[in-house]
Design a binder for this molecule. Sequence first.
Ligand code: GRF
Length: 183
Amino acid sequence: MGKLIGVLASGAGSNLQALLDARLPVVAVASNVSGAGALERAAGARIPTAVFRLEAYADRDARDAAMADWLEARGVRLVVCAGYMQLLRPAFLGRFPGAVVNVHPALLPAFPGAHAVADALAAGVDESGATVHLVDYGVDTGPVLRQERVPVHRDDTLESLHARIRQVEHRLLPSVVRELIEA
Ligand code: GRF
């Protein structure tokens, strides 16, 4: 079956859902946000969940180390950030070397950061896209694994453009993750 997957998510969890629908071996879902939609989706699929709110720990390193412990205890070998909106500390990345991937709603290196879709719209570009990349210590700076272009329409809103990008993410992310766990 390949490597077991742990997912980190802060939001609605539509990318998590795409991984589940692709029947990938997701065995643990962690969030920094209690009540995140992703947690409900995981619970619906009977996958163990845990919340690691920053406020519950002495600092980011302590939170990230606890999260790594929890994932490791469940046999996780590949970590997928699917709308996880916090930077991961070396205390986490050092535990899963070369095995943390992220999906980002822009064509990196263009528009890194938490407001990629809004930034692309504000810049007036006529295409943006989706990127799956390895996570390193920077903000959306790790090596790109795969990208796909998405057109930006003149009448696009944040919502309409993000919806078009999400559709691509939902195809791209499961496909790259499948390759990584089978490698
Ligand atoms: C995705 O567009 C992802 O690229 C970005 O946040 C969004 C998360 O969406 N980092 P969801 O929670 O998977 O629906």
